[in-house]
Ligand binder design. Structure first.
Ligand code: IMP
Ligand code: MG
Length: 177
């Protein structure tokens, strides 16, 4: 049976996501109030989370986008991080950089992006992810800000895709048997 025909189980409702993002925004507003915040959003998965999160940060904020290689149509990472589209700045010494991503799974994406950006000398470099699957790590890594810790299941919606679809769903769900 194709995944599309499986039963859908809602993991995080729109209300629950909104409430958590509001709280994250308050924390970030406090933590970055005397800093020079530059948000770097990892496409495509984090475009919706980024849009909602930055509107809950009550500070001047710059936003850049970076595209890394994705899972494509499979559920497993290939383990090879590719920068498909980089940000323009190669000197980040003015900025307190906050990388925003939808989910940390193996952590190969986040640790790879961190390694690349840290060479550009940011004042500080942290990460905020909506979802964290700590049980799936291939490299040891703990994100600085996490919306929700979730179990090892493949989920979609709210920016996350399967076969490049379902990103526009306003909640997070899993396909179950
Ligand atoms: P990582 O490099 O394994 O940590 O995974 C990073 C990327 O894989 C995330 O930014 C997502 O775009 C994608 N990903 C990981 N788990 C899921 C999932 O359960 N559903 C959809 N995409 C996922
Ligand atoms: Mg992603």
């Amino acid at each position: 049976m194709g995944i599309e025909n499986k039963r859908r189980e809602i993991l995080l409702s729109k209300e629950k996501i909104d409430e958590r993002i509001e709280a994250l925004g308050k924390t970030l507003t406090e933590d970055y109030k005397d800093k020079n915040l530059l948000v770097i959003s990892l496409l495509k998965g984090s475009f919706i989370f980024t849009a909602d999160l930055v509107r809950k940060i009550d500070l001047p904020v710059r936003i850049e986008f970076m595209t890394t290689s994705s899972y494509g149509h499979s559920e497993e990472s290939t383990g090879q991080l590719k920068i498909v589209q980089d940000i323009t700045a190669d000197d980040l010494s003015e900025f307190d950089v906050l990388i925003v991503d939808d989910i940390t799974d193996s952590a190969l994406t986040m640790t790879g992006v961190m390694a690349i950006l840290s060479k550009r000398n940011p004042k500080s470099l942290k990460a905020c992810v909506l979802l964290d699957k700590p049980s799936r790590r291939k490299v040891s890594y703990v994100p600085d800000y996490v919306g929700f810790e979730i179990p090892d299941m493949f989920i979609v919606g709210y920016g996350l895709n399967y076969g490049d679809y379902y990103r526009n769903i306003d909640h997070v769900f899993a396909f179950v048997d």
